[in-house]
Design a protein around this ligand. Structure first.
Ligand code: F6R
Length: 380
């Protein structure tokens, strides 16, 4: 049931505040406070200690949008917990697996839980490690909204993202839920390994708790404007999305969403890479969407945006609502609430979902069932 929405994709975009709320309620301990010596983690994932003790490496296997969620996960696991983390396309890994490292957790991320490549890559990992000595034994964790899926049966444990079933082929609510899964995992590990202080963990958790209201605010305040803006791009043939750091995967995700439902060619790049080639593509026909949130790469992203502007590109900025400086740089703004950089992917992805939805809808396309795509890719 679309419940009054034109498409399932739009309905699912609007379900995101609720999905975030449900996932956080499932895992966060409401009564935990820093400094109370409770000796229990504020995040209750109930993972068995054998899965996370002595961990030295993490490898994440996924495809498509889930692979983008994995890239945000890598950022969190490396920057907050300090565990070397690699992210592999499952379709590549299954034919060229990385060397076997000791004390390694393998995480499979898939919303359907049925993606053939992801399952095959996990199965390979299980088989090739199965007969080795203890430190090389497989430890498999799944992140999915479908714990009952084949993935769920294959892995040792699952983080259920509580997003429910998604009907629109373009992943939206399941993506944000996978991100929440990675925040919970990273903060739990940071607590166990004491790589963050309890005060810092509490601060991040409080910021996560504001998210549902902040996402609601974006949906309420931006959708009408984005729908208008989409008119300008009905004939556009190419788009570039740029971001840096924790928002680089969101640039990739913005580009993937746009290409899969609007059939407009789009690329995502880390903003600093533009000058190594892609900048040659720019002219006044190629809009550039730049994610420029306050944080350690803000100034860099702005100067990368100005380089694009010098090539006559139309610049659209995903910026903080109170950022007045951004006005001078960008032709159009997609403002989101100011949040700390670490949390920002959870808000910056929302206007990009709306933008691709409205461009595709404006072009009269079948948003929920784009050509050549299936919700669950169960063949190789
Ligand atoms: C993008 C999209 C696909 C999937 C990919 C993996 O909107 O839907 O790129 O993300 O096919 O699917 P799952 O997560 O089911 O493994």
């Amino acid at each position: 049931e679309k419940q009054g929405f034109r498409h399932f994709m739009l309905k699912e975009i609007y379900e995101q505040p609720g999905v975030v709320r449900t996932c956080l309620e499932a895992y966060l301990d409401q009564d935990w406070h820093a400094g109370q010596n409770s000796e229990t983690s504020p995040i209750h994932l109930n993972l068995s200690p054998t899965l996370t003790e002595n961990l030295e490496n993490i490898q994440i296997l996924a495809c498509g949008t889930s692979w983008h969620a994995a890239l945000v996960g890598k950022y969190l696991l490396e920057q907050l917990v300090g565990i070397p983390t690699s992210v592999q396309y499952a379709s590549e890994f299954r034919y060229a697996p990385a060397p076997i490292t000791p004390h390694t957790l393998t995480i499979g991320v898939t919303q359907s839980g049925e993606t053939a490549d992801t399952l095959a890559a996990l199965d390979l990992e299980k088989r090739r490690r199965g007969n080795l000595e203890t430190k090389f034994q497989p430890h498999l964790l799944g992140i999915t909204n479908r714990p009952e899926s084949t993935l769920g049966q294959m892995v040792d444990e699952v983080i259920d993202t509580h997003a429910g079933i998604e009907i629109g082929v373009a992943a939206t609510k399941t993506f944000i839920a996978q991100l929440i899964g990675f925040y919970c995992l990273s903060l739990d590990l940071a607590y166990q390994r004491k790589t963050l202080s309890e005060e810092r963990i509490e601060e991040i958790l409080d910021n996560l708790r504001y998210l549902p209201a902040q996402i609601e605010l974006i949906l309420e305040s931006q959708e009408r404007y984005i729908e208008e803006l989409a008119h300008d791009f009905a004939e556009t043939q190419d788009f570039i999305f740029v971001g840096r750091g924790i928002n680089f995967p969101i640039a990739l995700e913005g580009a993937l969403k746009l290409k899969e439902i609007s059939y407009i060619h789009a690329e995502g790049y880390p903003a600093g890479e533009m000058k190594h080639g892609p900048i040659a593509l720019l002219d006044n026909k190629v809009p550039v969407v730049s994610i420029a949130m306050p944080g350690c790469v803000y100034e860099k992203v702005l100067s990368n945006a100005q380089e694009a502007k010098a090539r006559d590109a139309r610049l659209i900025g995903v910026t903080a609502m109170n950022d007045t400086e951004a006005n001078d740089t960008f032709d159009n703004l997609l403002p989101v609430p100011e949040v700390e950089e670490l949390i920002s992917p959870l808000v910056t992805v929302i206007p990009l979902q709306l933008l691709s939805y409205h461009i595709a809808a404006r072009r009269g396309l079948d948003v929920d069932q784009p050509r050549n795509l299936a919700k669950s890719v169960t063949v190789e």
